[in-house]
Design a protein around this ligand. Structure first.
Ligand code: HEM
Length: 464
């Protein structure tokens, strides 16, 4: 540690409320102004708490890699995901990650491609030419269907499992900006909504596990239809098609290193449902919004699909040839990072640049600030998939593009998410042209746990 003693600067604010009003009114606008005023390390003063924000690629690298032990997970993770792999640390985390990792091995993920396309086609089968839909909520429905088809081995037909979808979405409510501004014990309406959703989701999860175990043990399938179609025998217990459910259930029976307690099993399910669908839904939805508002890119995208796919549904083999589609996904993850902020808490005093952060303080690694910084990206607020050509990514500063985090806690589902987003976009773009019907100035985004819109993404669907 060097000899810094200086605390990071704070942008201009008001007495008592600090930055609460500015941040509450326009969270991302506030971050932008604060970075221009103070640089890459600053302190946001909220009632009862200070939050230190890091907004430069080298500091994100420090927090995620080089000084990772000084930046632990925050209590919020634990409150929301219990002892799931997203929140645990140390030996418990490495044991859990070791158990789950095989499900996300690139080879295993490739095997999910057909299910991803089939689930997207099922959702498209309820879309009608000329109708309007909110694409943000459509993509949430789609990605939860894909998650169930792949990791749970279950077909969740459009319209099924409404409770589960609602309850999963409610987990986000812990992170709405108004709740960030108040101490944890204040029962805001959104926190009550969160608690309610969490209890409902746990009931659904216990039922899923009980059904899986019953089906596995008896060899028969007598599942309540509440959550969707029952799994076929090969989906439910057979090692040929290992799913998250089979993996977790196996870990429940294992001993030693490979064992997970009942509570840990439920927490992994909760974590995977939440981490696995809202994030990818945001990526696909913002990609579709960008295509709908950038006609030139959209024309080139359709042309690529028509040439590469030649009228057949996309397959795994097509993915590497869908060059523009892949770049559209990358550029969307940059401009609209589904995880806009990676929260941490200092475990000790730590020097960052010219400043010293005290121990036990909240730190926000601002992914969105770095992704929209003109030091790394020309015209950073423009959607330009073409920037990801001619070795641009190799030249880019390390940690200037970190939609999936970095270091040892990097996203376990990143290959899964990229494959899903590329295949879903291709399947949708092959069949539909989407027209943005909202007001251009209306497309405001706001930070919940994931990046959300304020008013949805209304679009008219035209069959191609
Ligand atoms: C575009 C989609 C996605 C984005 C942008 C995203 C982003 C992230 C980020 C930034 C982290 C790091 C969090 C931290 O360091 O605190 C993370 C971790 C994680 N993600 Fe994702 N994710 C996506 C999709 C998925 C999917 C599809 C799954 C699972 C099916 C998943 C499961 C997880 C898990 C379990 C972790 C915790 C890993 C650990 O701490 O060991 N994510 N994700």
């Amino acid at each position: 540690m060097n000899s810094n003693t200086q605390l990071p600067p704070s942008p201009e604010g008001y007495p008592i409320v600090g930055h609460a009003v500015d941040f509450g009114n326009d969270p991302f606008g506030f971050l932008d102004r604060a970075t221009s005023e103070c640089g890459d390390v600053y302190c946001m003063e909220l009632p009862g708490t200070d939050v230190y924000v890091l907004a430069g690629s080298e500091y994100l690298e420090q927090a995620l890699v080089t000084d990772v032990d000084a930046f632990g997970k925050t209590d919020d993770f634990n409150r929301v995901f219990g002892n799931g792999v997203l929140s645990t640390e140390g030996e418990q985390w490495s044991r859990q990650r070791g158990i789950l990792q095989p499900l996300f091995h690139p080879e295993r993920v490739s095997g999910y491609a057909d299910d991803m396309v089939a689930a997207t086609q099922r959702r498209l089968s309820i879309w009608e030419d000329g109708e309007s839909r909110d694409i943000e909520s459509e993509m949430q429905d789609l990605t939860i269907e894909i998650l169930f088809a792949t990791l749970f081995g279950r077909d969740l037909a459009p319209g099924d499992g409404e409770d589960l979808r609602d309850a999963s979405d409610g987990l986000n409510k812990w992170f709405v900006p108004t709740s960030w501004l108040l101490p944890h014990w204040v029962p805001t309406p959104s926190r009550r909504e969160f608690s309610n959703s969490e209890s409902r989701l746990r009931v659904e999860i216990r039922q899923l596990l009980a059904e899986y175990e019953y089906a596995g043990k008896s060899g028969t399938v007598t599942l309540a239809d509440q959550i969707g179609d029952p799994p076929s025998e090969s989906q439910s217990g057979d090692s040929e098609s290992e799913t998250l459910l089979s993996k977790l259930s196996e870990a429940g029976e294992a001993t030693g290193e490979n064992h997970l307690s009942r509570e840990e099993i439920e927490d992994q399910m909760l974590t995977m449902i939440f981490a696995g669908y809202e994030t990818t839904a945001a990526a696909i939805a913002f990609a579709l919004y960008s295509l709908a508002t950038e006609p030139n890119v959209c024309d080139a995208f359709h042309e690529e699909l028509d040439t590469v796919l030649d009228g057949s549904p996309p397959t795994l083999d097509d993915v590497s040839r869908l060059d523009l589609t892949n770049r559209i996904v990358t550029e969307t993850l940059r401009l609209y990072p589904p995880i806009h902020t990676i929260p941490r808490q200092t475990t000790r005093e730590v020097d960052v640049g010219d400043y010293r952060l005290p121990a036990d303080e909240q730190v926000h690694l601002s992914v969105i600030s770095v992704h929209r910084d003109q030091r790394y990206y020309d015209a950073p607020l423009e959607f330009r998939p073409e920037r990801w050509t001619n070795g641009f990514e190799e030249e880019l500063d390390d940690y200037a593009f970190i939609p999936f985090g970095g270091g040892r806690r990097t996203c376990i589902g990143r290959e899964f998410a990229r494959l899903e987003a590329t295949l879903a976009l291709a399947t949708i773009g092959q069949r539909f042209d989407l027209e943005w019907t909202g007001d251009e100035t209306d497309m405001a985004i706001e930070p919940e746990m994931t990046t959300k819109t304020q008013n949805g993404l209304p679009m008219t669907l035209s069959q191609r």
